[in-house]
Ligand binder design. Sequence first.
Ligand code: AMP
Length: 441
Amino acid sequence: MTPTEFEALPLAAPLQRALRELNYQTPSPVQAQAIPLLLEGRDLLGCAQTGTGKTASFALPILHAIHSNPRQVRPKSCRTLVLAPTRELAGQVGKSFTTYGQHVRFRQTLIYGGVGQNPQVSAMRGGVDVLVATPGRLLDLIEQRAVDLSSVEFFVLDEVDRMLDMGFLRDVKRIVSLLPSNRQSLFFSATLAPNIVELAQTILRNPARVSIAPETTTAERIEQQVCFVDRESKKPLLEQLLRGQADAVEGKLTIVFSRTKHGANKLAKSLCAAGFPADAIHGNKSQAQREKALERFKKGLTPVLVATDVAARGVDVKDVGLVVNFDLPNEPEAYVHRIGRTGRAGADGRAVSFCADDELEYLREIEKVIKMPVPRWDDHQWHHEALAERHLRIKTGGGKAPQSQGGRRQGGGGNRRGNNGGTRDYSNASGRQNRRGPASR
Ligand code: AMP
């Protein structure tokens, strides 16, 4: 039986109080499934995307255990280790622990690269209950004997798929080898590809498996669309979308994804010049620059954030109404992560992808992974019908292209619930009025 209210879960009073104050009433599906299992001490293999409430699903049971069983922590040690792929995500997870644990006595700190290590070394001196870290800097500090993992009781690997994409496999394995064998381990990934399951098997002991949304399908509540356009038409099309977004009542914020750091800088600059306050975040920016850009974005001062995949990890901003894939990602899993930046915390969101001639192959791979066609949106002057037809031909293995839509500018179809099966086709998708598209404004 899954509890329908947080009150029905056996979580300690200070946690229940924080949840009441946050006005969280109903556990999200991943929380309803994972929390009881974790409170029993089980290891967990979770397939859950960002935006599903997975952070609370592990932070609450861990805080419950820390509160119920307070313990003196040895110098340089931690009771809980959460590994996250990026500093942004580490910061986000740390913030969640602080929020959910605001009435619990516990100590936590963050360890990540790109900033001076001395404050992190000092923070670890007396030991902490919760350490949230990125793998590289953590290993540095372990080698310098500033951190000792021998008393970890709870080990969480968050966004493992991303961690592996970023080349952290060796670091992760090394860190795992330093953990005591008597621990509770939690493993979260948005996708469960065979290499990820293989890694999980080496880390987890008889894990319970929790899967939210079918593996590798796209997040619910996100309206996905693809625009077939020439490369040079992408900018004017983006500006049209942003004009619509500026008029939106809710969800004014937009994240635009660029494949390269240089492209992100250039695009942010040109958007500013066109009157759309924009900022870029990517791996070459300092931590301080990224934090400042994020703060300004959250406040709506620069409502457009141009980001690369890595930099956008861990960006948890509630009011993102639109995600634009200015460039399609060359790995389909990144598409799932990108569009998960919108539609967070129960809100609706829209994700529009621009597909030029040289990106048709990427789109095909994405559709294979999400197991559905992305509905096309061609209600704009830059629509390139021949490309749309080529895409269909590629998908159908070079067969005869289906009937063209006659070049008519039709309202793009809104797929409001992203995982409703793989039986849709483009003719269905493009006939419906898009309630958020510029045509309806
Ligand atoms: P996450 O998937 O952990 O990044 O969480 C996504 C967002 O949902 C965060 O902003 C949380 O604050 C919010 N959230 C998590 N669980 C709940 C809940 N049960 N009720 C309402 N909001 C929630």
